[in-house]
Design a protein around this ligand. Structure first.
Ligand SMILES: O=P(O)(O)O[C@H]1O[C@H](CO)[C@@H](O)[C@H]1O
Ligand SMILES: O=c1cc[nH]c(=O)[nH]1
Length: 232
């Protein structure tokens, strides 16, 4: 086991879906997988392994924000040999044409986080999705009849911004939505040469002010999960 994950070697699949919310991880495992076992309860950050159409799949909560999520991404990649991580998260719309429950496939992730400044003091690294996984997800959306938006998203360190209007420049530059983990995931995946993709569901709009409830965010965003599983 690693410091934050209690699984024994071999208990975690090399393909892992990762919501921020550990209770969404539990819902995904119970709803979509067969022969499910729970391999992690440390800090309540639930992790499950089961099968989807006969293939081994794990689902692991990451917590909220890049610092928490990087702990789990690191341990899964380094200690458990995970090769593919698909984040299945919620996000706030930054464009007027994105409505509640719309799907967003994150081609790239801009960020307000300082994690990359430490590594690249001389420039700006552009965190991007794995191209083959992205291609597979786009094909999957078509096969499953799902409409989606694809493009640049924003990963912030703060859910409640200190300045107002905090997001105007991102909106002006066409960034689709805001969440809190993808730039960390894409950066670490690039460094370790593993595959990563974020598939998001719009849970609220920073343009219109509409929002879904906590329960809806935990238990009802099934299209992104079906699309992520299609990529297995
Ligand atoms: O729904 P999840 O996957 O947690 O994602 C979004 O929701 C959380 C904030 O409410 C942040 O983690 C953000 O990235
Ligand atoms: O507005 C939102 C919605 C979900 N997640 C975020 O980080 N921000």
């Amino acid at each position: 086991m690693s410091l934050h994950i209690g699984a024994k070697p071999g208990e975690i699949a090399d393909f892992v879906l990762m919501p921020g919310d550990p209770l969404r991880a539990e819902w995904i495992a119970q709803t979509f997988l067969e022969d499910v076992t729970c391999y992690n309860r440390i800090r309540g950050m639930l992790g499950f392994t089961g099968t989807y159409q006969g293939k081994k799949v794990s689902v692991q909560g990451s917590g909220m924000g890049i610092p928490s999520a990087l702990i789990y991404y690191n341990e899964l990649i380094r200690d458990y040999g995970v090769k593919t991580i698909i984040r299945v998260g919620t996000a706030g719309a930054l464009q007027p044409d994105l409505g509640l429950r719309d799907l967003v496939i994150a081609v790239s992730a801009s960020t307000t986080s300082s994690i990359l400044q430490e590594v690249f003091p001389q420039g700006i690294f552009a965190p991007t999705a794995d191209f083959r996984l992205l291609e597979k997800a786009i094909g999957g959306a078509s096969a499953l009849g799902l409409s989606f938006h694809a493009g640049n998203i924003l990963s912030t360190d703060t859910f409640y911004p200190e300045s107002d209007p905090a997001y105007q420049a991102w909106t002006d530059y066409g960034v689709l939505c805001v969440e809190m983990e993808t730039a960390g995931l894409y950066s670490l995946a690039s460094r370790h040469r593993v595959r990563a993709l974020s598939i998001l569901t719009i849970s609220d709009s920073l343009i219109s002010g509409e929002r879904t409830s906590a329960t809806q965010r935990e238990r009802s965003f099934s299209e992104m999960v079906s699309l992520a599983l299609y990529c297995r």
